[in-house]
Design a protein around this ligand. Structure first.
Ligand code: HOZ
Length: 440
């Protein structure tokens, strides 16, 4: 594997950009290497500046459900670019995308388009506070909701990689309104609700957590959140930046059968462009300016190029009735390959994580779900127990096999429709060779 050009770029980048990257996990620090620099991508492949080709299971951290550079999306984007890149004024495309989102997720009675998942969740929380007149929110340790101040408390993703639960620079006052519960632990939520009776505006949750590795909700957990928020007059916000249009066309609500008051979407909804959305019940969304008193705005909100990429992607997903079944089947096959090597695998549809959980390298008694007496990963504390060095070694060996998985134990593996049965088969072979030392 050549790395000359990537190395040169990285040296230069570090002088100009903090850590040489524009988002921390990309720096590969958790796996003790320097990153490669991407030159282009097509279908399931990433090609770096040195000409190395990798089978990509990061898929830009989620948007690439169709694989990279889907011809229909590229064509539509090229066409719309000729009409101008941004107007800062309403377009027909925004209405069409809002309609499509609502067709997929009927509870999105009203929707606002923004530019990033961070912005979507930050805005949804503001709306929840404006609607309820309350200040506190409950989030879960290891759930990541973007990098806005009030939500960077016990966040997952890059903060876990760096082993820091909270970011510096967040005023104590912001963090004080954010209460942290334990994912999959009803009692921890009940206690916080009791201690803060009448003060909680919302519970915000990743309905399938995917930023401490993939951690699905235990049976009944989301139903419980639905009930307790209703009883307490608080709102339930599903952060579906990752799960939206991924678990199913209707996202987590279709996948789990549980409704939320507000949803946030990102990644797939923008078809690979910077676009995200939040929305939900009409009475709640009617609080948003100019209808109501909750202010939120953006020059590039509803950008016509991003909207076109989103529309085209959603239409492809809606028209291809077999896609979610294919994704599920292929991800299940991968999951099996990891399980056979002794790893603890959590999977929801085409999202999965193979954890180097305690016992992975021999203590068979500790494998499997908690119900089976094993060490299943159900929350942040469990995820933190994984063997990060073993993960880093496996990551490097996979890269030598030309397979790129997320450079952190705490990020999800994304399967796209471009990962054919043959490519999945090939990956299963690489998993057999790469999980354990000395078998490359
Ligand atoms: N927050 C993303 C991982 N959950 C990382 C995004 C990126 O580095 O592009």
């Amino acid at each position: 594997m050549q790395s000359k050009l990537s190395e040169q770029l990285f040296q230069k980048a570090q002088q100009l950009i903090p850590g040489g990257v524009n988002s921390p996990v990309r720096a590969f620090r958790a796996v003790g290497r320097n990153p490669f620099f991407v030159e282009r991508a097509q279908g399931p492949w990433l090609i770096d500046e040195d000409g190395n080709r990798y089978l990509d299971y990061v898929c830009s951290w989620g948007p690439g459900i169709l694989g990279h550079a889907h011809p229909k999306v590229i064509e539509a984007v090229q066409r719309v670019c000729e009409k101008g890149l941004t107007f800062g004024a309403p377009t027909a495309g925004e209405v069409e995308l809002a309609e499509l989102i609502q067709a997929c997720v009927p509870e999105m009675e009203m929707v606002r388009l923004v530019s990033s998942g961070t912005e979507a969740v930050m805005s949804a929380v503001r709306v929840a506070r404006g609607f309820t007149g309350r200040e506190k929110i409950i989030k879960f340790a290891g759930n990541y909701h973007g990098h806005s101040d009030g939500l960077l408390v016990k966040a997952g993703s890059g903060l876990m990689t760096q082993s820091v639960p909270d970011s510096a620079g967040v005023p104590a006052g912001y963090a004080a309104s954010t209460l942290t519960a334990v994912y999959n632990d009803e009692e921890s939520v009940r206690r916080l609700m009791e201690e803060n009776h009448g003060q909680v505006a919302a519970v915000v949750v990743e309905p399938v957590a995917a930023n401490m590795g993939v951690v699905p909700p235990k049976k009944g957990f989301l139903e419980f959140l639905r009930r307790i928020t209703g009883d307490e007059g608080a709102l339930l916000i599903f952060d579906e930046v990752i799960t939206g249009f991924r678990l199913a066309l209707g996202g987590a609500t279709e996948y789990t059968g549980v409704s939320a008051d507000l949803h946030t979407f990102g990644k797939i909804v923008g078809g690979g462009m910077p676009l995200a959305a939040y929305g939900g019940r009409r009475d709640i969304m009617s609080c948003v300016a100019p209808l109501g008193a909750v202010y939120q705005a953006g020059t590039l909100s509803g950008n016509p190029v991003a909207v076109t990429a989103g529309i085209t992607t959603l239409k492809i997903l809606m028209e291809d009735t077999g896609i979610y079944e294919r994704l599920d089947r292929r991800a299940a096959k991968l999951a099996e390959a990891y399980r056979r090597e002794g790893l603890t695998v959590n999977r929801a549809g085409s999202l999965l994580s193979a954890f180097f959980a305690p016992g992975w390298d021999g203590d068979a008694d500790r494998l499997g779900s908690r119900e089976e007496g094993g060490c299943g990963i159900e929350n942040y504390e469990d995820a933190c127990k994984c063997d990060k060095q073993a993960f880093a070694d496996y990551f490097s060996r996979m890269l030598e096999h030309d397979i790129y998985v997320a450079p952190s134990q705490f990020e999800a593996m994304f399967v796209s429709d471009a990962h054919t049965d043959e490519l999945i088969e090939m990956t299963c072979g690489a998993v057999r060779a790469c999980v354990r030392q000395g078998e490359t």
